[in-house]
Design a protein around this ligand. Structure first.
Ligand code: PMP
Length: 356
């Protein structure tokens, strides 16, 4: 039976990425060797890194003065790299979830952290708005898509201070204006590649302003100057990232992904709203994520949760169990998820309603 992969991360990748990466594991660029066993300094691999960086710049219209780097350590290492490199004395953090809170915790090691707003009071089911932002912040850190709770900041914020954004789970899903950010970063394992690599888009002018010494590996300058080859990069994830970026370009780029993502999410949110057995955990439409769609059984039907899980599983849906801190269901609808998979889940919800 065909599987419909709704995992939140690691998560579905384009078939193009999986097939090409599998081939390169056996024979990379005609070398007769696996991509896992050639030097990262070989001309074949250097070309992969260069193309991946160039395609990120092209797809996101990265302006002059910004650099793209691939770094090991996942998004969690970025939580400390950001303040290490940018925080002179004071930074703001918008607390929209567990990952945002983890980023905030790391920043406290480096200076004053102002929590500008938090939605923790309601288990992070909304994006705070209308909060005050001190004008003397070195930067304000936001998490654009909150993978666990299904909330998303879908516009580029203009708050009068430099913005740093964790875009781990919505990068490449909608057009962004990179010039509005000092740093955009994320782990690759949602919309880009297998886990093992993080990306960062860094405004060069934002660097070099702190007095503290920065360990070589945690200094963005190191990775920029050495074109992500200061040490051995995670070669397989970077190879896979290049495949996904190529697929993105061949499929109409980011604007076309956004169109597909709006359509897919719309199908599922409409069904959640019209089906009396289910309800969305996020109330405000503008806060609803296009990447992670969280829903629970309506209050009077909570005991039927297991039944729906069984039905959806019997239709091939995988990975729809909600995060333990939210419960219910979470359908992640990343770029690579076909509309057909959402249709299968929606059909299962309709079938469930007609059976009960
Ligand atoms: N930020 C967000 C929004 C995430 O969803 C995750 C992982 N699920 C992380 C950060 C942490 O990423 P990593 O596991 O790559 O450290």
């Amino acid at each position: 039976m065909k599987k419909h992969n709704f995992y939140a991360g690691p998560s579905i990748l384009p078939e193009f990425t999986i097939k090409n990466t599998a081939e390169a594991v056996l024979n990379f660029a005609g070398t007769g060797l696996s991509v896992m066993e050639v030097s990262h300094r070989s001309k074949e691999f250097v070309a992969v890194m260069d193309q991946a960086i160039a395609l990120v710049k092209e797809l996101l219209n990265v302006p002059a003065g910004y650099q793209v780097v691939f770094i090991g350590g996942g998004a969690s290492t970025q939580f400390c790299m950001v303040p290490f490199n940018l925080m002179k004395s004071k930074a703001g953090y918008l607390n929209t979830g567990a990952w945002a809170a983890k980023a905030q915790k790391e920043a406290k090691l480096f200076g004053d952290v102002i929590e500008v707003a938090s939605s923790k009071d309601a288990n992070y089911n909304y994006i705070p708005k209308g909060f005050d932002v001190p004008s003397d912040l070195d930067y304000l850190h936001i998490t654009t898509n909150n993978t666990i709770y299904g909330t998303e900041i879908k516009t580029d914020l203009d708050l009068g201070v430099p913005i740093v954004a964790d875009m781990s789970s919505d990068i490449f899903s909608r057009p962004i204006d990179v010039s509005k950010y000092d740093i955009i970063y994320g782990g690759a394992q949602k919309n880009l590649a297998p886990s093992g690599v993080a990306f960062a888009i860094v405004k060069e002018g934002a660097l070099g302003k702190v007095d503290r010494q920065i360990p070589t590996m945690l200094d963005y300058r190191t990775h920029i100057d050495k074109e992500s080859m200061f040490n051995t990069p995670p070669v397989l994830p970077v190879y896979a990232a290049l495949q996904t970026l190529t697929w993105l370009k061949d499929n109409g780029g980011i604007a076309s992904m956004e169109k597909r993502n709006i359509e897919k999410a719309g199908l599922l949110y409409d069904e959640i709203e019209s089906n009396k057995f289910f309800k969305a955990t996020v109330e405000a439409d503008e806060d609803k994520s296009l990447m992670n769609i969280c829903f629970v059984m309506n209050d009077e039907y909570t005991e039927l949760e297991k039944d729906f899980m069984e039905l959806a599983t019997s239709k091939g849906c995988v990975g729809i169990k909600g995060h333990r801190s939210v419960g219910g269901f979470r359908a992640s609808t990343y770029n690579a998820l076909p509309k057909e998979s959402v249709e299968v889940l929606v059909a299962a919800m309709k079938e469930f309603a007609s059976k009960h």
